[in-house]
Every structure is written in structure tokens, then in C-alpha cells.
Design a protein around this ligand. Sequence first.
Ligand code: UD1
Length: 363
Amino acid sequence: MKILNVVGARPNFMKIAPLMAEYSQHEDIHAILIHTGQHYDEIMSKLFFNELGIPEPDINLEVGSGSHAVQTAEIMKAFEPVVLEHKPDAVLVVGDVNSTIACGLVAVKLGVKLVHVEAGLRSGDRTMPEEINRVLTDSISDLLFCTEQSGVNNLLREGISPKRIHMVGHVMIDTLLRNKEKAKKSNILNLLNLDGDDFAVLTLHRPSNVDDPVIFGRILDALTIIQNDMPVIFPIHPRTRKNLVSCSLGKRLEEMPGFRLTDPLGYLDFLKLMSNAKVVLTDSGGIQEETTVLKVPCITLRENTERPITAEIGTNQIVGTDPQKILAAYRNATSGNWREPQIPPLWDGKAAKRIVDIIVKSI
Ligand code: UD1
């Protein structure tokens, strides 16, 4: 069986790693890895391949950045000849980035079966580019693998046949569990002069937060107070860095001595940093899930989440961007006033095995 596997952006790499490892246990599967090139900087891409032992991509489409239409269209144009040449039995896509929908659409139009890993998640917010990518990819997929029950429920509500839907757990958590021990050896805490666990970690890259200086400014209002209390480590995404430089907000950071910008970190360093943090503030999707498994309080700087299980039973609290709400959640988290989390069902490190077993039986 020949499977073309697609990755493009940073959060895809930890999801594909355990699947590539699992395929290698199956002699009858020929797995080909395609990198669209959506993310291309060494620290946004290659570093993760090295750390996570992902094989070199067989093909890199080298599409790079662009507007949504340009990026999606360029990926489609570059991916179509690859599918025509390889004639795979299936195309597998992960997550919700532009590479996911672009390659999914190419596959189904050529009559190739489409497999979506991390299906069914819905924030209900159609202004989020990822929400459109999720809804569209799920509606054309033949096999849909869900990380949490809400995903299954959403797909059933949207009329997708239950025969296509499988609740399997989370490949990103497979990667976390596999690398937890290794990450302990990272010396990132020393490099950042951090002692003990009295520090916060911040990540911000959602266009709704960082492309709008008013909202970005409100988040900084809360962080101005937090960084007086403990260091705030901020590995900064390229989109966010660009925006800080282009507006006057960058200047405010100079007056915030506890606010510590770093380049984006590799997987193991970031895992070590998160594991030791007192609290994580983020607008990422995956970090809401990783902090739940690590049992670290997570304050989500968004109005909604497509991963509700993390707020229902995990460490996540959806707070939005109102500085008062951010500070109230921060005070609760740092005073230990946070519910004891549970690990969501099937987040046990075996999702990739379940997925590959089902693919073998179904395709
Ligand atoms: C993309 C995904 C988002 C995901 C995020 C993780 C979509 C619609 N968005 O957002 O879901 O959470 O990745 O990081 O697919 N850039 C670099 N170097 C790179 C890549 C990007 O400097 O290697 C800069 C470019 O200026 C680019 C900007 O970052 O224009 C944004 O990159 P893009 O891939 O368009 O979206 P992200 O914000 O990274």
C-alpha cells in the first residue's frame, strides 16, 4: 500500500513523527513524505525533523509564504503532479493548516482516498482560517481520526457516516510521551538563567491576536503586570516578530525587564520549558493539549477553543484577551487554585498504532 503523507507547518511535524515510525513496522506499507514548504526556516522546520527522528522528506514542494489564496493554490499546483506520478492508495493529511486543505483537495479530485488525522475539531469561529480548513478537509475525507469525543460528535452532526469516523487518541501526545525523558536533558533553563519554576511561558501567533495592535496591546497590558511578578519567556513566532517591528508595540517591550524574548525554540527545549513553568499563556491549539498532559496550568488567550476536552477535564482555561480576566486567571494559577487535571481518554501514546492498523484494514 502506498501512502503519501503531507506536512507543511510546524505543528504538523510532531503529528507525523509517530506515524512515520509506525509505518516502518509494516513491510507492506510504502510511506512517502511530502513537505509542502509552508514553513521553511531551519528553526521552524528542519530542527524538528532532526529532533524527532522524522525521515528527510522524499519531496519538498518549497512553496513558502504567501496570502492564503496564493499559498493554498501554489501547494495545490505543486502537489497535483506528485499524486499523478506516485498514484498512491491514500493521501494522509494532519491538522488544520493551509497545506492540509490544499493537499486534501488535490487528492479527492484525483479520486485518491483521503485520510485526515485530528479530524472533527471545531471552534465555531469561522473567522479563524484553521476552522475553514478543518470543516472543508473533514467534509471530503474518507477516513477521519479524532482526538476527542467532541470531534466525533461534530462530525456526526455534520452528517458524516459513522463508519468513516474513528476515535483513536492523539498522535501529538504520542510524540510528547515519547520525548518527555529526552527533554529533561535540555539545558534551556540554564541558558535562560531560570531557577526553579517561578516563570511563565508565553506563545502568541494567531492573526486575531497579533495582527491587530489594539488586541495585542491589551494582552501586553496584562503581561506588563505579570512580568513584574515573574519572568515571562516568550519564544516569538516569525509572524509576531514582524508585527512587533512594524508597530509601536515593540517599544513597550523595552520597558518590560521581566519579559524575555527568544527565537522560536526546538521541540525538546520547549517541552522542558513548558514542563517546568508555573503557568503557560498561549493562543496555540496544540499547547492547550500538551499542558493538560504535563499538568501545567494553561491560560488560553482566545475566546473559544476547538479542543474543549482540555478545558473540561484538563488544565486549560479559556480567558480571551481582557487584561482583567487574564490577570484573574494568572492569580488563580500561581496561587495553586487550579483543578487537578485528568488525562483525556486514549491520550496514551498509542494513537499512531491505532491509526495505521485501521488504515491497513480499511484501505
Ligand atoms: C501557520 C498555520 C497555523 C499554525 C501556525 C503554526 C495556516 C493558515 N496557519 O500559521 O494554523 O498554528 O502555522 O506556526 O496554515 N514565516 C517565516 N518563516 C517560516 C514560516 C513563516 O518567517 O518558516 C513568516 C512569514 O513571514 C509568513 C508568516 O511567518 O508570512 C506566517 O506564516 P504562515 O505559514 O502563513 O502562517 P503562520 O502564522 O505560521
